[in-house]
Design a protein around this ligand. Structure first.
Ligand code: URA
Length: 194
C-alpha cells in the first residue's frame, strides 16, 4: 500500500473512532501534508477553525506556523506533514491526559507510515504526548532532544526531536515568545541544511 493510502486508512479510523470523539466536537482533523516528508510538525489539538474544516493549523496559530515553515524554505503542503496528538476539538479547549494518551495511538500509526527523520514538537502537550515524559519548554526548547529510549516515545529509533513554543503562545504573548519561536525555526533550518 502506498503511504497516502495508508494515511487515508488511518484518517478513516480516526473518523469512526468513538474514543477520540468523547468530550469533543466537530470534524476529525487527522493531519495534512506529504506523508513521505522527512519533517513533521506536531501541535496540541484542533481549534474551532480546524474542527469546522477538518484541516490542521489553518486558524490564526496555523497561519503563523505555516508562514514560519515557508520562511525557512519549506512548502507547507509539499515538504512537511502537520498534525497533532489529539484529533478532535476538546470541549474544554485543553486536552486531558487521557485525550493525549488515546490520540497518541493514532499519531504513532501515522509516524510508522511517514517514518519522519525530524519531528518539531510545538509546545508542552506535543512534547509530553510524543515523548511520554515531563518537558520544560523554556529549558528544553531550541535544540535536538536525544531520546535515550526510543521505544518510550515513537517506537522508532533515529528520529530527532526538536522542541519549541506552540505558535498560540507567540500570538498571546508576542513580545515574550515570538522572537524565540523565530529563532528556533531558523535553528531548524540550519539543522536540516535547508
Ligand atoms: N493548534 C493545534 O495545536 N493544532 C491545530 O490544528 C490548530 C491549532
Amino acid at each position: 500500500m502506498n503511504k497516502q493510502r495508508a494515511m487515508d486508512e488511518i484518517a478513516k479510523e480516526i473518523e469512526s473512532c468513538k474514543v477520540c470523539k468523547e468530550n469533543k466536537s466537530g470534524m476529525a482533523v487527522p493531519g495534512e501534508g506529504n506523508p513521505d516528508a522527512d519533517i513533521v510538525f506536531i501541535g496540541e489539538a484542533p481549534g474551532k477553525t480546524e474542527a469546522a474544516t477538518g484541516r490542521p493549523f489553518i486558524g490564526r496559530s496555523g497561519q503563523l506556523l505555516r508562514s514560519l515553515i515557508r520562511e525557512i524554505g519549506f512548502d507547507d503542503q509539499e515538504d512537511v506533514y502537520i498534525t497533532s496528538p489529539v484529533k478532535y476539538l476538546p470541549d474544554r479547549g485543553t486536552p486531558t491526559s487521557d485525550d493525549i494518551a488515546h490520540g497518541r495511538e493514532h499519531l504513532m500509526k501515522q509516524f510508522e507510515i511517514i517514518q519522519p527523520k525530524f519531528v518539531v514538537l510545538l509546545g508542552r502537550v506535543a512534547a509530553e504526548g510524543v515523548l511520554q515524559r515531563k518537558v520544560f519548554v523554556t529549558k528544553d526548547r531550541g535544540h535536538i532532544i536525544e531520546e535515550k529510549d526510543p521505544s518510550a516515545s515513537s517506537g522508532q529509533a533515529g528520529i530527532k526531536y526538536f522542541l519549541t513554543y506552540h505558535p498560540a503562545a507567540a500570538l498571546r504573548f508576542p513580545n515574550k515568545f515570538k522572537p524565540f519561536l523565530k529563532e528556533d525555526f531558523l535553528r531548524v533550518k540550519t539543522l536540516l541544511g535547508a
